[in-house]
Ligand binder design. Structure first.
Ligand SMILES: C[S@@+](CC[C@H](N)C(=O)[O-])C[C@H]1O[C@@H](n2cnc3c(N)ncnc32)[C@H](O)[C@@H]1O
Length: 380
């Protein structure tokens, strides 16, 4: 084992005193809490840039440039690199490293937290990501407009696999379904932990994320509300999940809220943040909620209904006090039996009752959501 301490870009050996360390190396001790695992293998750096499909005309967004190993390589390839770095010590080191180089003027550094800054325009995103913010990072990128071409990102292996796996895989989860609703995700490279300094505890993988174009037209918050319920017990049948007392109660409450808004406002539901329902309109806050918790109302759009096999006559727009055609115009008329009946009707459609989230495809979830909405049931 080295007797030195870790500094930007290498190991500082023979360091006797703290002061000496800073003078000799402008020393930066890597902080685990900031996910500072510097990529030290130039072959991996090259492979990431190559697989990222960076063109000479591209503006590249890099998240967490650290000491700049990837940044320097990107600057040789792209028109411009915009790097967002949280740690001011790294910002100083990066500025020092590019100053005087031929590409220095093509780098813009934004000093701040990626999750808090307004993102600039970019064509592609390339990053060895700070692993502690992996999930919100992905969904913040996917909510950015205008849409970028692709993101080539390094994550911890398990997180990377969860982004990419298909139904039936043991790692298939809510993250997989939500990410794949918005993008095509491909695992492109395995990277062993010894390619980093300091090595993290687990291996990593590089993933390519290509936003869908056009986006699937579904209200993301409502989609996530349903997916969250289904993956709460991903190996339980939908019958088991949706017949549970707590879930029926939740559905009843949602139904009443939805109904009350209609009764009070006429077109009340659309007046309240139900919008067109398309993911194209989704905000980063909403997408963050996809992995972190908040839920609000939404509805499956007409376009989405058509796309997923609902007839044009099965009207979803709310234009009177009885949008779901259930004959219920007052909140008081909504009883547990009534809700159970609606849920049974949905479960008995298309064999949903025996399906399990762990094996359901994106189309299965879209059809399930459309069928619930058709019955007047919303997830909020
Ligand atoms: C895994 S290191 C990657 C460093 C460098 N790109 C490399 O490959 O050698 C992650 C970097 O992200 C930075 N970072 C951590 N949290 C961040 C945040 N919320 N916003 C921006 N940068 C962050 C860390 O300071 C660190 O420099």
């Amino acid at each position: 084992m080295s007797s030195g301490i870790r500094v930007a870009g290498g190991i500082a050996k023979h360091v006797k005193k703290k002061g000496a360390q800073q003078a000799a190396y402008q020393g930066i001790q890597f902080l685990k809490s900031y996910g500072q695992h510097i990529l030290k293998n130039p072959m991996i750096v090259n492979a990431i840039v190559e697989k990222g499909g960076v063109k000479s005309t591209d503006v590249v967004l890099e998240i967490g440039p650290g000491t700049g190993n990837l940044t320097m390589r990107l600057l040789e390839t792209a028109k411009k690199v915009i790097a967002i770095e949280f740690d001011p010590r790294m910002v100083v080191e990066l500025e020092r490293r590019v100053s005087g180089t031929p590409h220095g003027h093509n780098l813009k550094i934004i000093s701040g937290d990626f999750l808090k800054v307004d993102l600039p325009y970019f064509d592609v995103c390339i990053a060895n990501c700070p692993y502690q913010i992996s999930s919100p990072l992905v969904f913040k990128l996917l909510s950015h407009r205008p849409m970028f071409r692709s993101a080539t990102l390094m994550f911890q292996r398990e997180f990377a696999m969860r982004l990419c796996v298909n139904p039936g895989d043991p790692l298939y989860c809510r993250l997989s379904v939500n990410a794949q609703l918005l993008a095509r995700t491909t695992h492109i490279l395995k990277v062993g932990k010894n390619n980093f300094r300091p090595p993290p505890k687990v291996d990593s993988s590089v993933v390519r994320i290509e936003p869908r174009s056009p986006m699937i037209d579904v209200n993301f918050r409502e989609w996530d509300g349903l997916v969250r319920l289904c993956f709460g017990r991903k190996n339980k049948t939908l019958g088991g999940i949706f017949r549970a007392k707590t879930v029926l109660q939740l559905i009843e409450n949602n139904y009443k809220t939805y109904k009350a808004l209609q009764v009070n406002n006429g077109k009340g539901v659309s007046a309240m943040d139900m919008g067109s329902g398309g993911v194209g309109n989704v905000s980063s806050k909403m997408l963050g909620a996809a992995t972190m918790g908040a839920r609000k109302k939404g509805k499956f759009s007409q376009k989405g209904k058509k796309q997923y096999g609902l007839g044009a006559d099965e009207k979803m727009d709310i234009d009177d006090g009885d949008e779901d055609g259930n004959g219920i115009t007052s909140v008081d008329a909504v009883t547990p039996e009534f809700i159970r009946g609606l849920v049974e009707k949905v479960l008995n459609t298309d064999g949903f009752v025996d399906m399990r989230a762990s094996k359901m495809s994106q189309d299965d979830f879209l059809r399930l959501l459309a069928t619930f909405n058709e019955a007047g049931i919303h997830f909020a």
